[in-house]
Ligand binder design. Structure first.
Ligand code: SAM
Length: 243
């Protein structure tokens, strides 16, 4: 998969080159490149923003550098249609389902806004040559699109075959089946007088699976009841403290 990120702070993305994603880049599974938006300006101050038409607070990112940057990426491509991901609090809420969908694509471009965001004409113009997906990381406002893009790149990258060593670990985790994952325990068996639940030491795989499924359902009911299907009824003690 090719991933391009355009930003006025390309160095912000550096941590993505660490750990599992970094190895996937070294191994050639992910071809990752960052691009400085200011390289596509032509004035002495490398200006990327201007006041908004219609008035109001803040500055808006100018269309010309964005247009040139995206044209540059498009020209360097192989003619295939990329997916242009635009982080914005006004976008579709990012989810594991979106991550799964994006992980099957060949080429992702992230356009990281700053200030009050990017001139809308850039997004409208790009829809002529890319699939444009405005996405939001959640219902809050960040200073820029870099952190949101990093979160998406990590969530998508780990789903690409070969990136995570044991693909089994992608199956049994939160949001893979619509529920949150059950609590996990490891050695030692007793820590600060707290014991590992007895069932996990029983060696009875069927009972362990049933216990985990119940824990998973309970945790979802308490923390994220919105995730439960309407057909699943909450048990009265689901909402009790420490249940
Ligand atoms: N004026 C914009 C609004 O109210 O919708 C917010 C601009 S925000 C200060 C600057 C940039 O941060 C946005 O262009 C976007 O790239 C990024 N950003 C902020 N919050 C975000 C979120 N929840 N999800 C994704 N990107 C976000």
């Amino acid at each position: 998969m090719h991933i391009d990120v355009v930003s006025i702070f390309p160095e912000y993305l550096a941590p993505l080159r660490m750990s599992l994603l970094g190895k996937a880049m070294t191994d050639g599974i992910i071809d990752f490149a960052t691009h400085d938006l200011r390289d596509f300006t032509h004035d002495r101050h490398r200006t990327v923003d201007a006041p908004p038409y219609g008035g109001g607070a803040g500055m808006v990112m100018k269309p010309e550098p964005w247009g040139e940057a995206l044209d540059h990426l498009r020209g360097a491509g192989d003619g295939s249609r990329p997916t242009l991901l635009v982080p914005t609090p006004a976008g579709h809420r990012f989810s594991q389902a979106m991550a799964r969908d994006l992980a099957r694509r060949e080429w992702l471009i992230f356009a990281c806004g700053r200030y009050e965001g990017i001139d809308q004409r850039v997004i409208d113009d790009a829809a002529g040559w890319a699939e444009v997906i405005p996405f939001s990381l959640g219902d809050y406002v960040l200073n820029g699109g870099e952190v949101a893009s990093m979160a998406v790149i990590e969530a998508v990258g780990r789903l690409i075959p070969g990136v995570v060593g044991n693909p089994e670990s992608l199956v049994e985790e939160s949001h893979s089946d619509g529920l949150l994952e059950y609590p996990s325990y490891t050695k030692p068996r007793v820590w600060r007088d707290r014991e590992v639940p007895e069932i996990l030491l029983s060696g009875d795989h069927a009972k362990i699976a049933a216990w985990r499924a119940e824990q998973s359902r309970r945790r979802t009911a308490v923390t994220r009841p919105d995730l439960l299907h309407s057909s699943q009824v909450l048990a009265p003690d689901d909402l009790a403290e420490g249940s």
